[in-house]
Design a protein around this ligand. Structure first.
Ligand code: SAM
Length: 280
């Protein structure tokens, strides 16, 4: 059962946090000339039209990327992220939003390469079409979790694995932990970035405890909440768990989050946290 379509959510506050962290990690990897492997296990389509009926139905991007769009006082990292989206739009009007594969592909150098996997029968052909012109990007209609077993370690011995499931199936929370164990066994020096929503805090906590119990060190948790936890339907917060984060990431994101929360949550109900789930 695959009912989730990212087009309803593209450019929302969770995408902003996820894609900012993604950009910062790629920039760090690119401080060295040697190429790296980027695996995007749950790719979506990569390109979203914000005027589509799906986007307009939820209007989520209006409380996400749209809140940063006209800002003139953005910290430099956020300015670089917004510029990526502006380049895609080609004008001052916000019409399009880039998914994680397009953000990454736009940043990749010739020596870097990417594998994108997506299972949705409608979204996969869109993904394939959107990346047909990128020489160093491969797309596959396969289960993303399995790629950690079948494609790691990469020949470059440097890599970033983004795991961004929809969590529409409760098993996704467990599959993330299983996939990380499989991947880490093969490629312990890789950077693993896991996106998670906070819908019911207990579900998120269970996954985090599972990650703690793997025995893996250096796990950083970054979270941005737009509202306090509650028991009703809907996402109140989202976060990124990063295994083996680049050394600058913690301080970069700690400097950016106060600005980001103020900007994305003008009602004042937001907050952020950055914590080591497991240290060195
Ligand atoms: N990473 C994308 C981005 O940031 O732009 C968004 C991805 S969206 C949250 C999750 C996607 O995973 C959906 O398009 C869904 O069809 C796909 N999906 C669900 N289960 C999958 C699986 N086991 N393997 C690959 N893709 C899957």
């Amino acid at each position: 059962m695959l009912s989730y379509r990212h087009s309803f959510h593209a450019g929302n506050h969770a995408d902003v946090l996820k894609h900012l962290v993604l950009m910062l990690i790629i920039e760090s990897l690119q401080q060295k000339d040697k190429g790296f492997y980027y695996l995007d296990t749950h790719a979506g389509t990569g390109h979203y039209q914000l005027t589509s009926s799906q986007s307009e139905k939820t209007g989520e991007y209006k409380e996400g990327i749209a809140r940063l769009w006209d800002k003139t006082d953005l910290p430099s990292e956020l300015a670089r992220y917004v510029k990526l989206i502006q380049r895609l739009n080609g004008s001052k009007t916000l019409r399009y939003y880039a998914g994680s594969p397009l953000i990454a592909a736009t940043l990749l150098r010739p020596q870097d390469r990417a594998l994108l996997t997506e299972l949705h029968p409608t979204d996969f052909p869109l993904l394939r079409h959107n990346f047909s012109q990128f020489a160093n990007v491969k797309v596959k209609r396969e289960n993303g979790f399995q790629q950690l077993k079948s494609t790691l370690p990469p020949k470059e011995r440097r890599g970033l694995i983004l795991i961004d499931p929809p969590y529409e199936l409760k098993q996704d929370y467990e599959w993330v932990v299983d996939a990380i164990e499989e991947g880490y066994k093969r490629f312990a020096t890789g950077i693993y970035a896991i996106w998670y929503p906070v819908v019911l805090r207990q579900q998120t906590k269970r996954m985090i405890n599972g990650l703690r119990q793997t025995g893996i060190n250096k796990i950083l948790q970054i979270e941005l909440a737009v509202a306090p936890d509650n028991q009703q339907r809907g996402m109140t917060a989202s976060g990124m768990i990063v295994i083996n984060p680049p050394w600058q990431l913690e301080s970069q994101i700690k400097q950016l989050l106060p600005y980001l929360v103020n900007c994305l949550v003008p009602t004042g109900t937001g907050h952020w946290t950055v914590d080591w789930l497991v240290g060195e």
